[in-house]
Design a protein around this ligand. Structure first.
Ligand code: APR
Length: 249
């Protein structure tokens, strides 16, 4: 991690009133959660449209549920890492702080972040495709695949946003608002290739926010970042936090 870039990022964040953060799978990588497109990623050797689309679910709900039940079992064993913990602490540090995530793993909330805007839903929520009833269920593995709605007996689906589906209206609206007014926009652990979420980085740039990218590799929108810290988020965020708190590092 370049020292000057780190100090620039700290200076920008320290003087910011409004900070908005967009996280992706990379932020959970150090908790042992595979990313999607990195080496060993979830989409390696698997066609996304076979497991993460309404069409795939309509064709074979059992196969789709096997994929999500495996992910839930794995996620049930992991804990937040220092990246999640620092972001949770920051919610009380700034006049306005907004945490937007593409992650469905619930690790930000587990680290005690409040009001996380989950653009792609949450893997621990389950929704009935008939009556629309939604519930939180952390059982892993699920006793029955596919699960059935206890209210109407209808088929239930994972509470995540699949390719081709709209983002949750409220979360999307609040995320765009928080991006349009951000002094500093932090992009952590995302390849920034999936829209509309990646569009937030472009909105931030268009609004003149100072963009800081945290990622060992350049994302697809790295050219919009004023500063990039090429390090794992679990190292970069504690380093920034330490300097913000005046702890020599
Ligand atoms: N710290 C920070 N970044 C990391 C780390 C780490 N420890 N490890 C990997 N990364 C970076 C990678 O370099 C990569 O740029 O995280 C990024 C992960 O990219 P993707 O796997 O594409 O994940 P993400 O950007 O979150 O995917 C977006 O795509 O598949 C859909 O709905 C799914 O929400 C997901 C969306």
């Amino acid at each position: 991690m370049d020292r000057r870039d780190l100090e620039t990022a700290v200076a920008w964040i320290r003087s910011a009133g409004t900070v908005t953060v967009l996280t992706g799978a990379g932020v959970s990588a150090e908790s042992g959660v595979p990313t999607f497109r990195g080496s060993g990623g979830l989409w390696q050797g698997r066609r996304v449209e076979d497991v993460a689309s309404p069409e795939a679910f309509a064709a074979d709900p059992h196969a789709v549920w096997r994929f999500y039940d495996e992910r839930r079992c794995r996620l049930a064993t992991v804990q937040p890492n220092p990246a999640h913990e620092v972001l949770a602490r920051w919610q009380d540090r700034f006049r306005r702080f907004t945490l937007v995530t593409q992650n469905v793993d619930g690790l930000h909330a587990l680290a005690r972040s409040r009001d996380v805007l989950e653009l792609h839903g949450n893997i621990w929520r389950i929704r009935c495709v008939e009556c629309g009833r939604e519930r939180e269920d952390r059982t892993a593995p699920l006793p029955e695949l596919p699960p059935r709605c206890t209210a109407c007996g209808g088929l239930e689906r994972p509470g995540v946003v699949w390719f081709g589906e709209a983002l949750p209206e409220g979360a999307a609206r609040d995320a765009w608002r928080a991006t349009e007014t951000a002094d500093v926009f932090l992009v952590a652990g995302t390849s920034a290739v999936v829209y509309p979420a990646a569009g937030l980085v472009e909105v931030a740039a268009a609004r003149g926010a100072r963009i800081v990218e945290l990622n060992p590799e350049a994302s697809a929108l790295a050219h919009l970042a004023g500063v990039a810290l090429r390090a794992p988020a679990g190292e970069a965020l504690p380093a920034i936090d330490a300097l913000l708190s005046g702890v020599p590092s």
